[in-house]
Ligand binder design. Structure first.
Ligand code: COI
Length: 356
């Protein structure tokens, strides 16, 4: 069977696996929907578009992407709204960012319209996998990797782009304990920190394990030069409420241009809150804490949504953030974002995109 939109060959599963999923209790990242979209790049063009059963792929051991890190990815979500419709949250922004990452990693871009068509087709086929529960969503993982069989260090001539999806619950299930990192670095100026490149995440695993051995969930990353200015936390952008102002570090080549980050800043400003995108030092955070002005801290990301931080470890001490009940500002933003995503209020920023 062929899709008439962009000649996607469609091979459906003989039997869905959906009945194996406990939709009342979905963990993050363990369930995968029946189908995936696959495209291959060769001789300078993307082609061979397929939607096929989610499953194993065969590669040669010399495949470049496995060796030198030409792998990039995105994370986005689709929600089932109150009318039962499946709506994607800002998908074009994610596909645009995939292309920014591709540029940085010397990989080919892939047209946003092509990815949108592919995703809509995929979602139509797997629409039943979009959870009903308002604690859950369908996570969408587009990614691209180098597929040349070659051992020299050079940009690959061939690439594969895949989109698979899966129902997810929350990524973080408890408020987070984070610790300021003053030794290891996530991203350096001129590096790949603002690209969603696999290696950025690989490099964070060891320092994160050390932090976890000390009783924290995640790291609060600081700049690579002075280890003084806050950058991101774990897999998320990070925000603080100091007094009545929402403060977040500016994006640049060490900080990911988060789409949830942008949405939260837009909503906060729209709700009349004071918002500042500026460098923020850990000493400023510690001083605000001492004066009782550090009212809130939270991570923002697709997987994490809005993840409250309850403890910030710094210099051998733990700063204890106010209780969840006292966090009116971030709760209000989270509630507003949730209501837009599930179609409970008007989508005045035009963020939700129908799969039709
Ligand atoms: C996302 O928030 O979608 C991310 O990319 C984080 C991921 C590493 C789980």
């Amino acid at each position: 069977m062929e899709s008439d939109i962009m000649q996607i060959k469609v091979e459906r599963v003989p039997q869905t696996r959906i009945q194996e999923v406990d939709f009342e209790n979905i963990p993050f990242g363990k369930e995968f929907a029946d189908h995936m979209f696959v495209a291959d790049y060769e001789n300078g063009v993307w082609g061979d578009f397929k939607i096929q059963p989610y499953g194993k792929m065969m590669f040669f051991p010399a495949m470049l992407g496995l060796h030198y890190g030409q792998t990039i990815f995105e994370g986005m979500k689709a929600y089932r709204n109150d009318s039962g419709e499946v709506m994607m949250f800002r998908p074009e922004d994610n596909f645009k960012r995939l292309n920014v990452s591709a540029g940085r990693m010397c990989m080919p871009t892939i047209p946003v319209e092509l990815m949108m068509e592919a995703l809509k087709e995929l979602l139509k086929i797997d629409a039943a996998w979009v959870p009903e529960s308002k604690e859950s969503a369908l996570y969408i993982r587009p990614f691209m990797f180098a597929t040349d069989e070659f051992l020299g260090v050079k940009p690959s001539n061939k690439y594969r782009c895949v989109i698979f999806t899966g129902p997810v619950g929350p990524y973080y299930t408890t408020p987070l304990r984070v610790v300021v990192e003053e030794n290891f670095t996530r991203a350096a100026k001129g590096g790949t920190g603002s690209a969603k490149a696999g290696g950025n995440y690989g490099g964070s695993l060891y320092p994160t394990r050390l932090a976890q051995e000390k009783g924290y969930h995640q790291i609060l990353w600081t700049d690579s030069i002075e280890h003084k200015y806050i950058e991101e936390s774990g897999t998320m952008n990070v925000m603080f409420q100091i007094g009545d102002t929402l403060v977040t570090p500016p994006t640049g080549d060490t900080i990911l241009k988060g789409i949830t980050r942008d949405s939260v800043l837009t909503l906060a400003a729209d709700l009349g809150m004071k918002v500042e995108e500026r460098r923020i030092s850990i000493d400023e955070i510690a001083a605000a804490y001492q004066k009782g002005e550090l009212k809130d801290a939270f991570g923002v990301g697709t997987a994490a949504t809005i993840a409250p931080i309850e403890v910030i470890g710094y210099n051998g001490n733990d700063m204890l953030l106010p209780s969840m009940d006292a966090r009116a500002l971030s709760k209000k933003i989270a509630e507003e974002l949730r209501a837009i995503r599930y179609g409970e209020v008007a989508d005045k920023f035009g963020w939700m995109v129908s799969m039709n």
